[in-house]
Design a protein around this ligand. Structure first.
Ligand SMILES: Cc1cc2nc3c(=O)[nH]c(=O)nc-3n(C[C@H](O)[C@H](O)[C@H](O)COP(=O)(O)O)c2cc1C
Length: 246
């Protein structure tokens, strides 16, 4: 990793842990800590997400499904935009607490995730989606909204609301990740398959990885695993064939 980026990543982790050191350094079952400055790698592929809001401590926590979101900034600080509108019960909780968790589910959860997105905490006969769908709610380190537990969750990203300027016009919330978690057994491309909404109730699932890092050295951050590629690119022909990772 380039020294500047490494310093930033370390600073992100430090600034998170220095403000709430006990909570931030605690362990979560089945999850490892993940740097907020790298969460764009979890979101940029555009997976269907779960959003949790409310507070686990007072049992007002809720969960819903979204497909509309985008990475807005890698780091300094990392920023993510999500579309979550007043038609969702979650809207009021997000407005009140200004915090949420974005959970990335793996394809094994696809049916449940769609069902979660087709019922509301406002539905008269629904007590709790957590109970109804057998979801584990785990306490977050930095926010009141819970993480989604379970072996089919790829990651959890704890976020605070950074900017609400586009909410009234576009229902677009700008979120700042403050803590993130990865399931070591379900890392994207290493056992974890995300799924992506095609907009009509059909989905595509992660498949082959097309490795074009040698063609975009300027925009691929220098990670330890990329440094060799980056040096190697100097000797590559510009029209070299893409490599499909095994
Ligand atoms: C695949 C899928 C994608 C969805 N994407 C969004 C979205 O991007 N934004 C949104 O506000 N609602 C989206 N929804 C709908 C919400 O999940 C739905 O309104 C849900 O009932 C809200 O729950 P709540 O009322 O308890 O907050 C989506 C639903 C599904 C099934």
């Amino acid at each position: 990793m380039a020294p500047k980026r490494k310093a930033q990543a370390e600073q992100d982790e430090t600034s998170v842990s220095s403000s709430k050191s006990d909570a931030s350094s605690k362990k979560q079952p089945g999850l490892d800590s993940y740097p907020p400055s790298k969460v764009y790698r979890l979101i940029e592929p555009g997976p269907v997400l779960l959003v949790t809001t409310g507070s686990l401590a007072d049992s007002t926590h809720n969960v819903m499904t979204i497909g509309f979101h985008m990475v807005m900034q890698h780091e300094s600080p990392p920023l993510i935009g999500i579309t979550l509108g007043p038609w969702d019960a979650s809207f009021a909780a997000l407005k009140k607490n200004r915090e949420c968790v974005l959970a990335v589910p793996s394809v094994e959860m696809a049916g449940v995730v769609v069902d979660i997105g087709n019922c509301s905490a406002d539905d008269a006969n629904l007590t709790s989606k957590w109970e109804r769908f057998g979801l584990d709610a785990l306490p977050g380190a930095r926010v009141k909204a819970p993480l989604v537990g379970g072996s089919d969750i790829i990651s959890n990203i704890e976020c605070v609301v950074e900017d609400t300027k586009m909410v009234s016009k576009y229902s677009m919330w700008v979120l700042r990740p403050v803590k993130a978690w990865i399931n070591p057994d379900k890392k994207p491309g290493e056992g974890g398959k995300m799924f992506h909404h095609r907009g009509d109730g059909t989905f595509v699932v992660d498949g082959d990885i097309l490795n074009l890092q040698d063609r975009m050295p300027a925009s691929v951050p220098l990670q330890p695993e990329n440094i060799n590629n980056s040096m190697h690119r100097v000797f590559m022909k510009i029209d070299s064939s893409p490599v499909i990772a095994e």
